[in-house]
Design a protein around this ligand. Structure first.
Ligand code: ACO
Length: 320
């Protein structure tokens, strides 16, 4: 038994922020952003938070799968920008959609979060523990962004994507995940847990920090490495893969991965041009775009892979 994706959904806020809009608040240009990242515009949440976006994506995924919320055994929300420290955003989703029979909790692995959540569900289903799962990747990084820092504020956007997974004979074939906490400081965002009466410090309100070049170097090596690893371990030749659904951080990272894997760019769909880097939401929103456009056919072999803060990385070979 394995876990198969039987429905997808996504949500993006209405507010579109173009590169030209950012050039009005920081010293940057459309030309710089497009040439370095491939991003033309992104969506920015105005009133909605992470849980609202997650709920909307979840409802669409359930409708696409034809699954009722009460059928869900487990809800995993991958996010690094929850609305609350607790309760978990997944519990808010559970309440909103009426998934009364599910256990719900969050997974924190930044941009690798959706892959980690999907792979966790695979483990549960392989072990025969759960039958129906809702996996969501949702992030609202605009609210953790320093909008005066041009090196990060041009990169990110807000979104949520979701997938319903069911225990079936075919689906997720093999997966890998990894993390290297030693490299954690290259991509971080402080929480408000730094001060109390005993140390006399006022809790910090932190913004995201990123050493872009270090992350870039890490990503262009780790992504192809973990793609190769899942393929080698499952004995599937790379040419049999129809699509590589990679984390949408930067066009140049995807291009470098394609080059290292010696695969044509047509196999690497992208949506960061419209949405920017939406962290845990990039992979499920892209899956949903492709699913709804009819680009995924039953039996297609696809590889899903990504990287993120932690540092973390992961990949999965999926038979659609
Ligand atoms: N507009 C104009 N100039 C800028 C901007 C901007 N928005 N941002 C930085 N610059 C300047 C810098 O100040 C620097 O100027 P200087 O040479 O005068 O000092 C110059 O551009 C070059 O800066 P670099 O940081 O060297 O630019 P680089 O070519 O490395 O591109 C980028 C930066 C796009 C961030 C790249 O390093 C990258 O893509 N890294 C990976 C980032 C990533 O994937 N992040 C997501 C991580 S995981 C997750 O998804 C959470």
């Amino acid at each position: 038994m394995t876990a198969r994706i039987i429905g997808t959904g996504s949500y993006v806020p209405e507010r579109i922020v173009k590169n030209e809009d950012l050039a009005k608040i920081v010293e940057t240009s459309d030309e710089w952003i497009v040439s370095r990242t491939g991003i033309h515009e992104r969506r920015v949440a105005v009133e909605e938070g992470t849980s609202h976006m997650a709920v909307e994506a979840a409802k669409k995924a359930l409708a696409d799968a034809g699954v009722g919320a009460e059928e869900l055994d487990i809800i995993l929300l991958a996010t690094s920008s929850p609305d609350y420290c607790f309760p978990a955003g997944a519990c808010e989703v559970q309440a909103e959609i009426g998934a009364v029979n599910a256990v719900a909790y969050d997974i924190s692995a930044a941009c690798s979060g959706f892959i980690f959540a999907m792979n966790t569900v695979y483990g549960f289903m392989k072990a025969g523990i759960y039958r129906t799962a809702l996996v969501i990747g949702a992030d609202c990084l605009s609210k953790l962004t320093d909008w005066s820092d041009r090196s990060t504020c041009v990169l990110f956007g807000d979104a949520a994507g979701a997938a319903v997974m069911r225990a079936e004979e075919t689906g997720l074939v093999h997966m890998t995940m990894g993390s290297d906490g030693v490299k954690g400081p290259v991509l971080s965002c402080v929480a408000r847990t730094t001060g109390n009466f005993a140390n006399g410090r006022i809790p910090e309100i932190g913004y995201m920090y990123m050493d872009g070049q270090e992350v870039f170097k890490f990503a262009v090596k780790k992504v192809p490495d973990c793609v190769r690893q899942v393929l080698e371990e499952s004995g599937v030749p790379i040419d049999e893969i129809r699509y590589f659904i990679l984390h949408q951080a930067n066009y140049r990272i995807v291009e470098a991965a394609a080059r290292r894997l010696k695969q044509p760019m047509e196999k690497f769909p992208m949506n960061m041009d419209r949405y920017g880097n939406t962290s845990g939401a990039t992979i499920p929103t892209l899956l949903d775009d492709m699913n709804r456009a009819g680009k995924l056919e039953r039996g297609d072999k696809i590889v899903i892979a990504g990287f993120g803060a932690g540092l973390t990385w992961g990949a999965a070979l999926v038979e659609w």
